[in-house]
Design a binder for this molecule. Structure first.
Ligand code: SF4
Length: 237
């Protein structure tokens, strides 16, 4: 698919409901060549629910960094049971984690942006890259409103970092839309959302936000806002 084709799809899908974007994704790429990367946050739970309601048969996978909060494992398990689905759990290479911790200690992420990115690279980006190399398209729960690093998110993108299509069915929806959807459909959610965590990553790198703060202010809170991505979602062409 060319850049023009991606632009054409975005013209077609802009303003459409996430359900329609997901149906079109499966039409275009096939469920078997597509996968949904879930971290079991609010947006991801909406997508899992839509995939299930629409019977789209897209496989779901997640990255277990080894540093996730217990609440994330709890909602992973609740989601498996609620929908009767299999979730593929991807782990980092143990030898790479062992070498990193031996060299820099278990809390290296607090020491510098470079070491924080190295931890994300080993625990998240490498396992994701292995998985994405088997796919034609991946689905993510990004929304434009989430942060300064996500204002240009489009429903369909060419992910030049990993060499496949990236589908963001919630790109244009609001936080209120997500909240209403979850409530209306009684979707299982991470218990941390009700304790001030709108965005949830690894336990040592996530904290609750204060009223009025940016939705991702609790992620790597010691860093500048423009650094706050883990390498899974890089700037697209
Ligand atoms: S979020 Fe923190 S603990 Fe998790 S992979 Fe990145 S730096 Fe490591």
């Amino acid at each position: 698919m060319s850049r023009e084709a991606v632009e054409g799809l975005n013209s077609e899908l802009s303003g459409k409901m996430p359900q329609e974007i997901l149906r079109r994704t499966v039409d275009l790429f096939g469920a078997a060549n597509t996968a949904f990367a879930s971290s079991f946050g609010a947006e991801d739970q909406v997508i899992t629910d839509i995939l299930n309601r629409e019977a789209l048969q897209v496989p779901v996978f997640t990255l277990d960094t080894g540093r996730l909060p217990q609440e994330t494992y709890d909602v992973l398990d609740a989601t498996r049971k609620h929908y009767g689905i299999e979730v593929e759990v991807l782990f980092p290479e143990s030898s790479a984690v062992e070498a990193m911790v031996r060299l820099h200690g278990p809390n290296l992420f607090y020491e510098s942006v470079e070491l924080r990115r190295e931890c994300c690279r080993i625990r998240k980006v490498q396992p994701l890259a292995r998985k994405l190399s088997t796919l034609t398209a991946w689905i993510c729960g990004l929304r434009r409103e989430q942060s300064v690093t996500r204002t240009a998110v489009a429903p369909v993108e060419w992910d030049s970092a990993f060499g496949l299509y990236k589908i963001n069915p919630l790109a244009e929806v609001s936080e209120a839309w997500v909240r209403d959807y979850l409530k209306k459909h009684s979707v299982p959610v991470n218990a941390l959302h009700d304790r001030g965590y709108p965005s949830i990553g690894c336990a040592p790198c996530t904290r609750a936000i204060k009223p009025g703060e940016d939705l991702r202010a609790g992620r790597w809170w010691w860093e500048m806002p423009e650094h706050k991505e883990c390498g899974l979602h890089r700037e697209q062409q």
